[in-house]
Design a protein. Structure first.
Length: 94
C-alpha cells in the first residue's frame, strides 16, 4: 500500500486542485474518507461552497497522507491542536 516514501531532510509539497475536483468528482466520493466529526464540521459551514471546500481538502489530506503509511485514508486518526488545526496522531502504522 505504500506508494510514496520520504527521506530524512526531504520535504514534499502537495497542492489540492479544489476547483478541478469540485467540477469532476461526485460529492459522495470525496466525503467517503471523512469521519463523523469531519462530516459534522463540514455541515457547520453555512455556504455549500465552503462545505465542499472543507470536505475536498480534508479528503485530499487523508488520501495524500495514506500514501506514506500502510493504512487507508479512513483509518488515519487526527486530533485538533489548540489553534484548531488537525494534527496526525503519531504511531498509527505499527
Amino acid at each position: 500500500m505504500h506508494e510514496v516514501s520520504i527521506e530524512p531532510g526531504e520535504a514534499h509539497v502537495w497542492t489540492c486542485p479544489i476547483d478541478e475536483i469540485r467540477q469532476t468528482t461526485a460529492p459522495d466520493i470525496y466525503t467517503q474518507p471523512l469521519n463523523a466529526e469531519e462530516l459534522a464540521r463540514a455541515w457547520r459551514y453555512r455556504l455549500k461552497r465552503d462545505r465542499l471546500q472543507y470536505a475536498i481538502t480534508t479528503a485530499f489530506l487523508r488520501t495524500t497522507l495514506s500514501k506514506y503509511v500502510s493504512i487507508t485514508p479512513e483509518q488515519l486518526a487526527f486530533h485538533r491542536n489548540p489553534s484548531g488545526r488537525p494534527e496526525l496522531i503519531p504511531d498509527q502504522t505499527s
